[in-house]
Design a protein around this ligand. Structure first.
Ligand code: PLP
Length: 355
């Protein structure tokens, strides 16, 4: 058995894989593969409706918000957000808490002025800056809720005088959020929600249509809202698997129940990192992520042998991102706590052998 700690695409529930595999052969007894049915068929429309309904239910999405399933990944949202929200000659505020935030703000520069309110770049993004002001004349304030590469996560969201836009690619559906606190939320699916190829957007309708700019149809949220995420052929398979995963979240007791499980997993792992003399955490303690746990070996020579031990125990995807080094254990929703225990035991065994 494998224990998948990979950062992305990340682990999805085993039962979702089984249901998805069956749907590829014969979708709900139609005698057709999910991959060959029309996106305009009543069967697929029911899938999309259910996926939207589940997002609304799991996050208690208030009235006045639209839920979209788009293509192009979170990286397309880096451009689509300013295209739709940043008026000509206007300004947008960004918090630079990692490379993904940096990529997002670079795209915004194509459309207007960018005010970087704070950055932790100098410390290789080991913490999330909290001491800054959000300009009240900005069109929006962009943040990244979980910095996948560095293992930092916002434990609380900032009060803001302007609409908050949040990249939740690596912690969507991992914890409770109050959608009303945000103007727009986006997330590439491929960590906690589904396969690569679909991107979730939850947008407050009233913030749209204010730029005075002509926007190409595919990149215009309004077109996508009017088309019900079917302006063109949507990524049917990715939406179907997302729907199955959201159903799995619901069956587990919803986002609150998942959040408790995630806290138990991260608490156990950080406790071992802090206890074990051979390893140390990378991120500032107060910003530690409950999704991506980054740590390094005190002695760099221990890195390779520890990875070898992990390999022997079926622990995969644990090598850290090249810009941080060491190890990164991504403990997304579908990773069972038993897998976290296997990793903890491997760390203990390694410490025992290397006393
Ligand atoms: N934002 C965050 C926080 C991410 O972790 C990633 C990918 O890992 C991205 C954006 C980029 O997502 P995509 O590959 O869907 O464009």
């Amino acid at each position: 058995m494998k224990h998948n700690f990979g950062a992305g695409p990340g682990i999805l529930p085993q039962e979702v894989f089984k249901q998805a595999a069956q749907a590829v052969i014969d979708f709900n007894g139609t005698g057709l593969s999910l991959l060959e049915i029309s996106h305009r068929s009543k069967e697929f429309e029911a899938v999309l409706d259910e996926a939207v309904r589940l997002v609304k239910e799991l996050f208690s999405v208030p009235e006045g918000y639209s839920v979209l399933f788009l293509q192009g990944g979170a990286s397309t949202q880096f451009a689509m957000v300013p295209y739709n929200l940043l008026p000509e000659g206007g300004k947008a505020a960004y918090l630079e808490s990692g490379v993904w935030a940096n990529k997002a703000l670079k795209e915004a520069k194509y459309f207007g002025e960018v005010a970087v309110v704070a950055s932790s770049k100098q410390s290789n993004f080991t913490f999330i800056p909290k001491d800054f002001e959000i300009p009240a004349d900005a069109a929006y304030f962009h943040i990244t809720s979980n910095n996948t590469i560095y293992g930092t996560q916002l434990q609380q969201f900032f009060p803001s005088p302007v609409p908050v836009v949040c990249d939740m690619s690596s912690d969507i559906f991992s914890r409770k959020i109050n959608v009303a606190d945000f103007g727009l939320i986006y997330a590439g699916a491929q960590k906690n929600m589904g396969p690569a190829g679909v991107t979730l957007v939850i947008v407050k309708d009233e913030i749209l249509g204010k730029t005075g700019r002509a926007i190409p149809s595919m990149l215009n949220y309004q077109t996508q809202i009017e088309g019900g995420s079917m302006y063109n052929t949507p990524p049917t398979f990715a939406i179907y698997v997302s729907m199955l995963t959201l159903n799995w979240v619901k069956a587990k007791g919803g986002v609150e129940a998942i959040e408790q499980e995630n806290l138990a997993k991260s608490k156990a792992l950080y406790a071992e990192i802090d206890r074990n003399p051979l390893f140390k955490g990378v991120a500032a303690t107060e910003d530690r992520s409950h999704m991506n746990v980054c740590f390094v070996a005190e002695n760099p020579e221990h890195e390779k042998p520890f990875l070898k031990l992990c390999d022997e125990k079926g622990i995969v995807g644990i090598k850290g991102h090249r810009s941080v080094g060491g190890f990164r254990a991504s403990i997304y929703n579908a990773l069972p706590i038993t897998s976290v225990h296997v990793l903890i035991e491997a760390m203990q065994e390694f410490a025992e052998k290397n006393k």
